[in-house]
Design a binder for this molecule. Structure first.
Ligand code: BES
Ligand code: ZN
Ligand code: ZN
Length: 498
């Protein structure tokens, strides 16, 4: 989709569809100068009538599509609810534009326009709104059609109509950032939506190599032998039940001064999690192709950071393997030795993500990287605790946690901190090894985080559990059914702020 910023009047813009925002509480269409009032006037008061008859209320998430029947150059007008005017945010605009774009596409529109919704009476910043509109459209119109014979029509053009061209370059820059971020999010979505028979550890490594040469970061891929030499016994334990070779993907992006800290972004990449010998029930098992969403988020973030030329040093680490139950598979009761020398008693082969991360974190510590941030579809318990909208955040360093939560808020992603409760540390104690890979029935997201913390060597570290948020059962604003690409935009903001 091509995104243009154009000075002019939305009522005379030649596109298939126009998106206008409608606030909930005013009972009016806002100032006569607003886009919705101007469009309403040309439609003979159709939007006003809708409001009066309660056919539209302006609630967030609501979309009503009107057919203009020749009264405007555009064929369709999507009236998108923004909620109460005093509470309109850029997050709300992003979601409203996503909903409106999908509604227009459904009716065959291939071009659309919007004004800087929310920048008028609601008082939002012009650049922030331009970015939200571009993100809303790019994220909201995402679809994964690779394996379908019939494809949905594509939106080819989005025009952001502004009244004056005073800040043209600022707005262009905001749109450029939006494109980098939403395309990276959509790349992560593509990787996660791919089936596990395509998105193998080798394919993930190939994609990282390709992206590295396109956008400018170094990629090193370690195979089984190199992992063995490094002593990555935990990751190799997980990989032992699959014929698909595991890969440890390292990506280095360097654009800050020599002495500057080098942040590590670590992503769990189990390309299919059957549970191993502790096999999962068959219901919902197909969803376990998503278990590499953390790794996909890290690879996609590296591409965004490099594409934007962010002034930072970043290393991405992705331990990638399947978790199957072949004849060489590791067993419950086995003891594995991680790269930092700690021994782990395997209670469940389904708690494999923390094993893969144990070696990745040990590797990051040995390389002197700091801070460490890992993203993982780690526990069903986190999904039970926070549901499917909020990702769980854990950290051994409150300053890092605050920075991360600030980045999430700027990115418009919902994240919630949970305690790294020292009181529960003893639940991971093993009779025969240094640690075991499962706590007990309660606080499963916390004991999983505590397990990872044992491999961080005291370095500032933050863990994001995206088990609940990596995929969605329905379209909702910028979230579309299937993979969400969660964490890419937050990680990017974090890197930019460091
Ligand atoms: N990949 C799963 C976690 C998961 C669950 C992701 C649901 C997405 C949706 C992880 O490897 C796992 O199986 N965790 C177990 C841990 C348990 C055995 C301690 C879980 O959460 O049940
Ligand atoms: Zn598992
Ligand atoms: Zn898993």
């Amino acid at each position: 989709m091509k995104i243009e910023i154009s000075q002019g009047d939305i009522t005379t813009t030649h596109v298939d569809g126009v998106i206008v925002g409608l606030c909930e509480d005013s009972g009016q269409l806002g100032p006569a100068t607003s886009a919705v009032a101007a469009v309403d006037a040309l439609l003979g008061g159709a939007i006003r009538t809708l409001l009066d008859s309660k056919g539209a209320k302006g609630k967030a998430g609501e979309v009503t599509v009107l057919h203009t029947l020749g009264r405007l150059p555009c064929r369709l007008v999507a009236v998108c609810g923004l909620g109460p005017q005093s509470r309109v945010t850029t997050d709300g605009v992003r979601d409203a534009v996503a909903e409106g774009s999908r509604a227009l596409r459904k009716l065959g529109a291939t071009s659309m326009a919007a004004t800087l919704i929310g920048a008028g009476a609601a008082g939002l910043d012009d650049r922030a709104v331009a970015r939200a509109i571009a993100e809303g459209a790019t994220l909201g119109l995402y679809s994964f059609a690779k394996y379908k014979l019939s494809e949905v029509g594509d939106m080819e053009r989005l025009v952001i109509v502004v009244r004056n061209s005073g800040d043209a370059s600022g707005l262009q820059e905001a749109v450029a950032t939006a494109v980098v971020l939403s395309e990276a999010t959509n790349l992560a979505r593509d990787m996660v939506n791919e089936p596990a028979n395509y998105m193998t550890p080798s394919r993930m490594a190939e994609m990282a190599l390709d992206l590295g040469s396109t956008y400018g970061f170094e990629v090193t891929v370690l195979g089984k032998e190199e992992m063995a030499t490094l002593g990555m016994g935990a990751l190799l334990g997980v990989a032992s039940g699959s014929a698909e070779p595991p890969k440890f993907i390292r990506m280095d992006y360097t654009a800050a001064g020599g002495d500057a800290a080098r942040i590590a972004l670590v992503g769990k990449a189990i390309t299919f999690d059957s549970g191993g010998i502790s096999i999962k029930p068959s219901e919902g098992l197909a969803e376990m192709k998503d278990d590499m969403a953390g790794g996909a988020a890290v690879i996609a973030t590296m591409s965004a950071v490099a594409r934007a030329g962010a002034p930072a040093n970043v290393t991405g680490l992705v331990p990638a393997t399947e978790n199957l139950l072949g004849s060489r598979a590791y067993r419950p009761g086995d003891v594995l030795r991680a790269m930092n020398g700690k021994t782990i008693e395997v209670i469940s082969t389904d708690a494999e993500g923390r094993l893969a991360l144990a070696d990745a974190m040990s590797y990051a510590v040995k390389e002197g990287l700091a801070p460490l941030v890992d993203v993982a579809t780690l526990t069903g318990a986190c999904q039970v605790a926070l549901g499917k909208t909020y990702s769980g955040v854990f950290s051994n360093n409150q300053e890092l946690a605050d920075r991360f939560l600030g980045a999430a808020a700027r990115a418009g992603e919902r994240m919630w901190q949970l305690p790294l409760a020292d009181e529960y540390r003893e639940l991971n104690k093993s009779l025969i090894a240094d640690i075991k890979n499962v706590g007990n029935r309660h606080g499963g997201a916390i004991t999983a985080a505590l397990f990872i913390s044992e491999f961080t060597g005291g370095v500032p570290w933050l863990h994001v559990d995206i088990a609940g948020t990596s995929n969605s059962a329905k379209d909702n604003g910028v979230i579309v059914k299937g993979a969400t690409g969660v964490a890419v935009r937050t990680l990017y903001e974090l890197v930019r702020s460091s």
